[in-house]
Write a protein that binds this ligand. Structure first.
Ligand SMILES: NC(=O)c1ccc[n+]([C@@H]2O[C@H](COP(=O)([O-])OP(=O)(O)OC[C@H]3O[C@@H](n4cnc5c(N)ncnc54)[C@H](OP(=O)(O)O)[C@@H]3O)[C@@H](O)[C@H]2O)c1
Length: 385
């Protein structure tokens, strides 16, 4: 049996490191074709020594040079920037691209992979938030599969196996509710980056941790789910489940519900996306049902979680609106992490940018990036800088 060649993009991040751990557990089934990261050349050098990829990419020329200096004669082909990321995506004969780059920077790689018929194990949900229609159309046209790594959409993908779309009444995404569930408006106004970066159930990179605290992340997942499973937004609901054990559920027309439960460990959905359609032995220790009880569910009240309503509004508007949503959120979250914006201003700033920016038809990736750039400058204007 030949091994599946995996391009690991964002290899130095939270998902990327766990993806390499999954590869390490399956040396007979998986090998690393290429690695790509932003700036962490030191960790990337360790990964290159271990995995010996054909191509390795970093975001900047200086980071690429620092990597070459560290590796000396051991250096493989080291590339950088947008072209470098493209080469790591499509130029290393990968069978599957695991895209765990954070933010809009991941979109081109997803688009390039599916346009060449390469399957994508997708953690970079921003690709589908920004350009879901284009990505899924390119995947269909070129015979590529987009497999969700994001744990809730991955859970839905598992629940939906063997089910016809016509049999589905609704999909239910679960949300932990973030670290500030039950906090008052006054308390939310004083939230610091340090506090917001402590997620109650998952350990993740900074942007998604803040997005989980505002629940914008769950709004993004509604959009992601819509494109992945081709179901209208009205059939996609969100329920707060503080324990993060049930990762999502489907409800069928006969009233049956099928739920996916498991430990809060990203290696489970990562392995699932890499093994699909097969299932390989234990990615993680299974759940201890008794110890994990109780499992509780609460409504995701719209007035408590305005980011959810905003994401639905952008999805309804269509075209470039969801790209604007993502760009504004990326800028606002960065401003919060730099101490330039209060926590409870993140979602209002995104709403203001969404109200101000022109929405156009999403006819090409170039249109998406133009909307992304316009929304970023509009968001900066709202931040006063
Ligand atoms: N963490 C989770 O549990 C989780 C769960 C579900 C979905 N996701 C999604 O997975 C993606 C990654 O999340 P994360 O938590 O792993 O983020 P993270 O820890 O911040 O890692 C981000 C990765 O992207 C790399 N990167 C940043 N800019 C880049 C660029 N221009 N070119 C190439 N690589 C670049 C970073 O490299 P450097 O660090 O070297 O700069 C790093 O490897 C996000 O889209 C997130 O929404 C994450």
């Amino acid at each position: 049996m030949s091994r599946k060649r995996v391009a690991v993009l964002g290899s130095t991040g939270s998902v990327g490191v766990q993806a390499l751990d999954v590869v390490a557990r399956h040396p007979d089934r998986l090998e690393v074709a290429s690695l790509a990261a932003g700036s962490n050349h030191e960790l990337l050098a360790d990964q290159v020594r271990q995995w010996k990829p054909a191509v390795v990419s970093l975001a900047t020329e200086s980071a690429a040079q620092a990597l070459r200096d560290l590796l000396g004669a051991e250096a493989p082909e080291v590339v950088w920037g947008d072209d470098g990321l493209m080469l790591a995506t499509t130029g290393a004969a990968a069978d599957v691209v695991l895209n765990a780059v954070v933010g809009a920077a991941g979109l081109s790689a997803t688009h390039a992979a599916v346009s060449r018929g390469i399957d994508v194990a997708l953690a970079n949900k921003e690709s589908l938030v920004m350009a879901g229609e284009l990505i899924m159309a390119a995947a269909r046209a070129n015979g590529a599969t987009v497999l969700p790594v994001d744990s809730e959409p991955n859970a839905l993908h598992q629940c939906l196996r063997g089910t016809e779309t016509a049999e589905v009444r609704r999909l239910v995404l679960t949300a932990s509710g973030g670290p500030f569930r039950g906090w008052s408006a006054d308390e939310l106004a004083g939230v610091t980056p340090e506090r917001a970066l402590q997620h109650p159930t998952w350990k993740m990179g900074p942007r998604i941790t803040i997005d989980s605290a505002t629940l914008m992340n769950k709004g993004f997942e509604v959009i992601e789910t819509h494109w992945l499973f081709d179901l209208p937004a009205e059939k996609i609901e969100v329920v707060v489940h503080p324990q993060s054990i049930v990762h999502s559920l489907i409800e069928l027309v006969d009233g049956s519900m099928i739920a996916h439960a498991g430990p809060t460990d990203m290696r489970l959905p990562i392995q699932n996306a890499l093994s699909y359609p097969a299932r390989w032995a234990a990615a993680v220790e299974p759940l201890d049902l008794v110890a994990s009880a109780p499992w509780t569910f609460e409504p995701a009240e719209p007035e408590r979680y305005p980011a959810l309503g905003l994401a639905r509004r952008a999805l309804d508007a269509g075209g470039t609106a969801t790209a604007i949503l993502n760009a504004a959120d990326e800028v606002a979250v960065a401003a919060f992490l730099e101490g330039r914006l209060a926590f409870d201003r993140i979602v209002p700033v995104v709403a203001e940018v969404l109200d101000t920016c022109d929405v156009t038809a999403a006819t090409s990736i170039e249109t998406i990036f133009a909307a992304d750039a316009a929304a970023r400058s509009e968001a900066q204007r709202h931040l006063g800088g």
